[in-house]
Ligand binder design. Structure first.
Ligand code: NAD
Length: 477
């Protein structure tokens, strides 16, 4: 039976978007010089004008962060720092609906996800790290661990506020101060977060937010006053950053791209596995570094599995991200849409077979229907390159060893999934898979206590959990 859904749009009246924003430096909003537009990718409506941070803006932000580090933040006990983090977490919870609507407008992701996943996880990250702030000496990290000083943090557009939380919460808990740059297409929730810092009466200069593009990011990376870089974004930019800081004293964590494999054995519970594959690749329009973008299916169940997957995909509701019924929202930018279209076109020309359910896509905004490619081989670009969109490449295998070899045959190593009813097979496979996170009979589960990060070209270091704290600390004297 198919149910029809009446539209259930979330009201946007809760958000108050200014026509123009500056930067947040030393506890105050300061005006920027040049600006660029940020748009709603579902409608192409201009939401606001965002300041393009210059070298001089970055200088001011780093100076404010250095002053705050020396004069206030490094003088506070862990217990006192923790109180600020708890306060921020509670304000985020109180303003959760406002953040969810604003994130959906600026990013294009469905309100169901911002409301139920992004924003609750953001608050959870602050609560979790608040709890660590006064326990760092007992965490077994090192002898009397000390902060680095000023952390330069650069984040992408796919989980704008969540990536901010992954960066800011551990930095503050460990006693560092911060200069953060959000992505150029999704700066609005970071600027609203700046208001939360004011509301929480966080000492001036502890968190500084400079908006802008790659040139602003590069000014942060190359600034001599930055002691630690935390970057999440593409492998290409990650490599540039690694080159820029080589030979300096700067510490870095790099959370980069992925091409996660979901391996489904023939004894897997098929309906659950189909659900997990759909979640693995179509959650957040596939704009997920750890997306299960390769499905590696045991040959004997491949035909039946793909049929059931198609039936399930035909029920994915694509459309208005503010509608509470929507499963798949808008692609974040025209540039990203062109990249997805280009790589899907390469899939066609290399001989893979494309299938998408019928979808009513709006003429306005950036949209891409949920898509699978069958008949994919390891030589195809769509099996090797990160598409970062709602596109699944399906390969098959005959023996468990072949499945592992195919899953590991990638320059990345961020995530993987195993689907099987046999515990022994799951344990065997998870030990063979070369990925930072391996899920078994589930996918895309996140928790602030769990370290996250990759092998190979997926990056350096871990974020989250005790492992994530250590990146913000050095051994004390
Ligand atoms: P991107 O690398 O283009 O941009 C990321 C950030 O870096 C942006 O804020 C951008 O302005 C900035 N930047 C660009 N050039 C720079 C430079 N030369 N120096 C310093 N900063 C610079 O990535 P994106 O398109 O925003 O995000 C998508 C990518 O992020 C995907 O590859 C995805 O896999 C990855 N990602 C990884 C994780 C993870 O935890 N591993 C999480 C989310 C996204």
């Amino acid at each position: 039976m198919t149910f029809e859904y009446a539209p259930a749009p979330e009201s946007r009246s809760i958000v108050d978007i200014k026509a123009k924003y500056g930067h947040f430096i030393d506890g105050k909003f300061v005006t920027g010089k040049n600006h660029f537009a940020t748009i709603n990718p579902a409608t192409e409506e201009v939401l606001s004008q965002i300041a393009l941070g210059s070298v001089s803006d970055v200088d001011k932000a780093v100076a404010a962060a250095q002053k705050a580090y020396t004069k206030t933040w490094s003088k506070l006990s862990g217990k006192e720092r923790g109180k600020y983090l708890y306060r921020i977490a509670r304000i985020l919870q109180e303003r959760a609906r406002e953040f969810a609507v604003l994130e959906t407008l600026d990013n294009g992701k469905p309100i169901r996800e911002t409301r139920d996943i992004d924003i609750p996880l953001v608050a959870a990250h602050f609560f979790y790290h608040a709890g660590w702030a006064d326990k760092l000496d007992y965490a077994g990290l090192s002898k009397s661990p000390q902060p680095h000083g000023v952390a330069g943090q650069i984040i992408p557009w796919n989980f704008p506020l969540l990536m901010l939380a992954w960066k800011v919460a551990p930095a503050l808990a460990t006693g560092n101060t911060v200069v953060l740059k959000p992505s150029e297409t999704t700066s609005l929730t970071a600027l609203l977060f700046a208001q939360v810092c004011q509301e929480a009466e966080l000492p001036d200069g502890v968190v500084n937010i400079v908006t802008g593009d790659g040139t602003t990011g590069s000014a942060i990376v190359n600034h001599p006053g930055i002691h630690k870089i935390a970057f999440t974004g593409s492998t290409e930019v990650g490599k540039k950053i690694a080159r820029a800081i080589a030979g300096t004293e700067k510490k870095a964590t790099l959370e980069l791209g992925g091409k996660g494999a979901n391996v489904v054995f023939d004894d897997a519970p098929i309906d659950e596995a189909v659900e997990g594959i759909v979640n693995g690749i179509f959650f957040n329009q596939g704009h997920v570094c750890c997306a299960g973008s390769r499905l590696i299916l045991q040959e004997g169940i491949a035909d039946e599995f793909i049929e059931r997957l198609k039936v399930r995909m035909a029920k994915i509701r694509v459309g208005d991200p503010l509608d509470k019924n929507t499963d798949l929202g808008a692609i974040n930018s025209r540039e990203q849409l062109l990249k997805i279209q280009e790589l899907a076109g390469v899939g066609d020309s290399e001989g893979a077979e494309r299938w998408s359910p019928a979808c009513n896509l709006s003429d306005k905004g950036f949209w891409f229907a949920p898509t699978i490619f069958t008949g994919v081989t390891q030589a195809h670009r769509i099996a090797r390159e990160e598409i970062f969109g709602p596109v699944l490449s399906i390969l098959t295998f005959r023996t468990p060893q072949e499945a592992i070899e195919k899953a590991n045959n990638t320059p990345f190593g961020l995530s993987a999934g195993v689907w099987s009813e046999k515990g022994s097979r799951i344990l065997w496979a998870t030990q063979q898979l070369r990925a930072g996170v391996v899920w078994a009979n589930t996918f895309n589960k996140f928790d602030p206590a769990s370290p996250f990060g990759g092998y190979k070209e997926s990056g350096w270091g871990r974020e989250g959990g005790k492992h994530g704290l250590s990146a913000y600390l050095k051994e004390g004297k």
